[in-house]
Each structure stands twice: as structure tokens, then as C-alpha cells.
Design a protein around this ligand. Structure first.
Ligand code: SF4
Length: 235
């Protein structure tokens, strides 16, 4: 007879996964990251206005943080190219103020002038056969990178590579000028900050990992109640 039993995952493992997920908010009050612009506008508003943030109970988000960390391990494939993890800055002028938008490329192939973005997910081949890939949000993201980096390096191609533990599937994405999209996103958040009017939340599967769950839930058009908060307030 087997004498084993399932136990809770050791704390050190959970803490490591939390650190790998950069579970605490970036205090980039200077500008915006591409992921902040693509994500929930209310969360970007909280980050920019230095709203107090909350500590998340990592044991409640174990699945999410393991999935992301597993993705980070697979991201080591970026070493296939000598140009990887490139940072770029794009400046937009809003109400007479220059505001930087920062992007970071997974990798770039200078021979093909190709920006390559890696995405890890479950069951790549099933999603491909069902016609779900590439996701619209991923297309938009790489097109934004194309717009940001075009002023820095030559860009002729955009490629998204999907990876899981079994498969690799790649898609070529059409270039598109996303300047107007970037300007309208930054303008909307900047105007919300100026008028002190909190934007609506974009409730999504990452809300559990959001450090502003209590403040969000205390205001309408966000989450109804905190989902994974360990400590209510934190500076
Ligand atoms: S909890 Fe969700 S909806 Fe609320 S600010 Fe965070 S990401 Fe946005």
C-alpha cells in the first residue's frame, strides 16, 4: 500500500515563483511599458498614481505563477539569436509633455530584420488546429513593438513563435503603424490622472495577480471583491 500523501507546496518554492513573476508593481511613474498599455487601464492608473499596493497570497495563485515561470524557462530559446532582450523607447507628446513608452523585444534577427516574440501557452497544436492562433492581443503587441523599434533598428518582418513543452508553431504578422493607438492609450490614462477619475477596470484572468484588488473592488466597474489578497495595504 502506498504511504504517500499530497502536501502543500514548500514555501520557498512558492516564494521563488513569486519573485520570478515580479509579483510587486513596477513604479514606473515616468512613462509606460507596452504591457501596461495593453493591460487593464485602471491598473496602469494605480501604478502611475502610486496607489498603495497589496501583498498577494501566492498559495492562491500557485497555478498562474508556475505557468508564467515555466514560460520564462522556455524563453531561454531567445539565446538562439545574439540580439535578445533589446530595450527601446518611443516618445509621445501629450498636452505639450513628452511621455516615454518603453518596450522590450524578446529577440531580433538583424539578417532578416525580423522582430521575434515568443509566447508560451498550453497545447499549442490544438489551438493552432482550432484556428485560435495567433491571438489578437499578441498581434497588436508585436505590431506596437514594430512601431517603437522601427525608429531604432531596421524592421521588415514580425514573427510570433508559440511554444509549449511539445510544439513550436510560428506566424508571420503584418506590420502596422500603431502610433495612433499608442497615443490614444497614453492620452486616456494621462487624462484620467489629471481629472482624478479612475478608469473602468478591465476584469481579466490576471486580476488575481493584481496588487490593487481591494482599491479596485471598492470602486464600481472593477472586480467585485479581492481575489487573492494576503495583506490589505502595503507601501
Ligand atoms: S483587479 Fe483587475 S480590473 Fe481591477 S485594477 Fe487590477 S487588473 Fe484591473
Amino acid at each position: 500500500m502506498r504511504r504517500t500523501q499530497q502536501i502543500k507546496t514548500p514555501d520557498k518554492i512558492i516564494e521563488f515563483l513569486g519573485r520570478e513573476n515580479r509579483i510587486y508593481p513596477a513604479r514606473n511613474t515616468m512613462g509606460y511599458s507596452v504591457s501596461a498599455l495593453l493591460g487593464c487601464p485602471r491598473k496602469a492608473f494605480f501604478q502611475k498614481t502610486r496607489t498603495s499596493f497589496e501583498k498577494i497570497d501566492l498559495t492562491q495563485v500557485e497555478d498562474n505563477i508556475w505557468r508564467t515561470t515555466r514560460g520564462n524557462f522556455l524563453h531561454q530559446i531567445t539565446q538562439a539569436y545574439s540580439w535578445n532582450e533589446l530595450e527601446g523607447k518611443y516618445t509621445v507628446s501629450i498636452n505639450g509633455e513628452d511621455i516615454p513608452v518603453f518596450g522590450r523585444l524578446d529577440c531580433y534577427d538583424p539578417e532578416e530584420k525580423n522582430i521575434i516574440e515568443f509566447k508560451t501557452m498550453d497545447n499549442v497544436s490544438k489551438s493552432t488546429s482550432e484556428g485560435l492562433l495567433p491571438f489578437d492581443s499578441h498581434i497588436k503587441q508585436i505590431q506596437i513593438y514594430g512601431t517603437i523599434f522601427e525608429n531604432i533598428i531596421p524592421v521588415e518582418k514580425l514573427t510570433i513563435v508559440y511554444l509549449d513543452m511539445n510544439d513550436v508553431v510560428s506566424f508571420e504578422i503584418q506590420k502596422e503603424d500603431m502610433s495612433n493607438w499608442i497615443i490614444s492609450k497614453v492620452t486616456a490614462i494621462e487624462n484620467a490622472i489629471k481629472s482624478k477619475e479612475m478608469p473602468d477596470g478591465q476584469v481579466n484572468s490576471f486580476c488575481k495577480l493584481c496588487n490593487y484588488q481591494t482599491t479596485c473592488s471598492n470602486n464600481k466597474n472593477g472586480i467585485e471583491k479581492p481575489l487573492s489578497v494576503l495583506e490589505a495595504r502595503r507601501r
